[in-house]
Design a protein around this ligand. Structure first.
Ligand SMILES: [Zn+2]
Length: 450
């Protein structure tokens, strides 16, 4: 409109100029071939002006005809885009407000209005997930996972959906793809760690956890404890493949990371003993006992020393626990070996001490052995037997997550699948698990115990 107004003003100025010139005196003669015109300067100016105006008008009309449809279409497209982004915004607001149906409605409109399918797809997928329409969500995440820019967002959606569906093989595949496409994706590390554990893929689990520790995605203490468990499993795998050298390396690292991990210490010490490094082996077991007293450390200690005589074994055990000889664990151990060595006086002193501290069933069992060793005390033995039945249970390996008992330590609970949940405890005295796995993504994996 403004352009047309300017055009008419231009024409008006030319016309007025022409009329003014036409009224001025003076003659102009134009001769062209056999044709002669005598006229005033004003008429000539008017004719030239008229020709110029016609040329301008024709040129503008041509311009409008040529570009008009494009301008019309582009303004239409801009309008659609504006509406599309408005729908998208409203969809995101609905999603944040938990209104899945509203979000889905806006997302679908946005998807039809926008040329860019990524944003619409993402919103539809998330709204569909919120609404429980998993196959719809999956379809849109799949579309995204094939498009360069949005591939990670699509894969993340597929990954999370696979986990909530319990389809851990697919989740593993999507997670690995994410790491391949975008190695600095931190969100995928811990879930992928848990998936690798569930698959018994200890080498990969180790790799992912080491990366998580480097990137501080996991708390250092928790990460180290879990890594020690993974390295223990790597060591056991290496041993099964006959590679004692590699096994020793993994177990040494496991023991260094978590000296409280009794199984790693005992297997490591046995490997050191086999390699003729007895002093180092004994030191590892002493450290293990100091941090986390367990009878298996003492057994490995005696095996390393290769002692057969019961008296020698008692003396060695006494020395082994000498750092804290009056603790319950130390007294239980020494009383057991004193009885085996028939050191009745020693055994009685230790057992008397244990009877003062809420004794467990083993103390009463040993009292029975002690009384029966002295003829004529069978009444006492019967009383200790009765007391045993109401005593607290002896320490066993318990799952800190589900409470399942087992004779042997396990990296992962057979019952509930929780990783690192084994705790050496009296039954009914389970400490609450306090590790990485209490925030587990996968329901089948819990977390590490003490
Ligand atoms: Zn369990």
């Amino acid at each position: 409109m403004i352009r047309m107004a300017v055009l008419f003003i231009q024409i008006a100025i030319l016309v007025f100029a022409g009329v003014w010139l036409a009224n001025e005196p003076g003659i102009v003669t134009v001769i062209w071939r056999d044709w002669r015109v005598d006229t005033t300067i004003g008429v000539i100016a008017l004719v030239l002006g008229f020709v110029a105006v016609v040329a301008v008008v024709v040129s503008r009309l041509w311009d409008i005809l040529r570009h008009g449809p494009v301008r019309f279409l582009s303004s239409h497209r801009a309008n659609r885009e504006r509406r599309g982004y408005r729908e998208l915004t409203q969809g995101m607001i609905s999603l944040a407000a938990g209104d899945a149906a509203g979000a889905l409605r806006h997302a679908r409109k946005a998807d039809t209005l926008l040329d860019n399918p990524i944003a619409g797809n993402l919103l539809i997928a998330q709204a569909a997930t919120l609404q429980g329409k998993t196959s719809l969500a999956k379809h849109h995440y799949e579309v995204m996972s094939d498009s360069g820019d949005a591939a990670i967002a699509g894969l993340r959606g597929l990954f999370e959906q696979a986990i909530s569906d319990g389809d851990y093989d697919s989740a593993f595949r999507f997670g690995e793809k994410v790491r391949e496409l975008q190695p600095d994706s931190e969100w995928v590390l811990l879930p992928l760690f848990e998936l690798n554990i569930a698959r018994d893929d200890w080498a990969r689990a180790d790799d992912v956890l080491a990366e998580a520790l480097r990137r501080k995605v996991v708390a250092a203490e928790t990460g180290k404890r879990d890594r020690a468990l993974v390295l223990y499993e790597r060591g056991i795998s290496a041993l099964e493949q006959g590679d004692a050298h590699a096994a020793t390396g993994y177990l040494r690292e496991a023991h260094d990371l978590d000296p409280k991990l009794v199984p790693a210490a005992t297997v490591y010490a046995r490997l050191l003993g086999d390699a003729g490094k007895k002093r180092r082996a004994l030191r590892v077991l002493e450290q293990s006992w100091e941090r986390n007293p367990h009878p298996s450390s003492a057994e490995a200690y005696l095996d390393t020393l290769q002692l057969d005589d019961p008296l020698d074994r008692y003396k060695a055990v006494h020395k082994f626990v000498s750092g804290d000889a009056e603790s319950t664990d130390a007294l239980l151990l020494t009383a057991e070996f004193a009885l085996k060595a028939q050191l009745w006086g020693e055994a009685r002193r230790q057992l008397d001490s244990l009877l003062q501290q809420n004794p467990s069933a083993a103390v009463y069992r040993m009292m029975v052995v002690l009384e029966e060793s002295n003829d004529g005390h069978s009444d006492q033995a019967t009383r200790w037997r009765d007391a045993e039945s109401s005593a607290i249970g002896d320490k066993v390996w318990l799952c800190g997550e589900c409470g399942a008992r087992r004779a042997n330590w396990k990296t992962r609970c057979d019952e509930c699948g929780t990783f690192g949940s084994s705790q050496w405890r009296h039954p009914g005295a389970i400490a609450s698990p306090n590790t990485l796995v209490s925030t587990a993504v996968l329901p089948l994996i819990g977390n590490t115990g003490a």
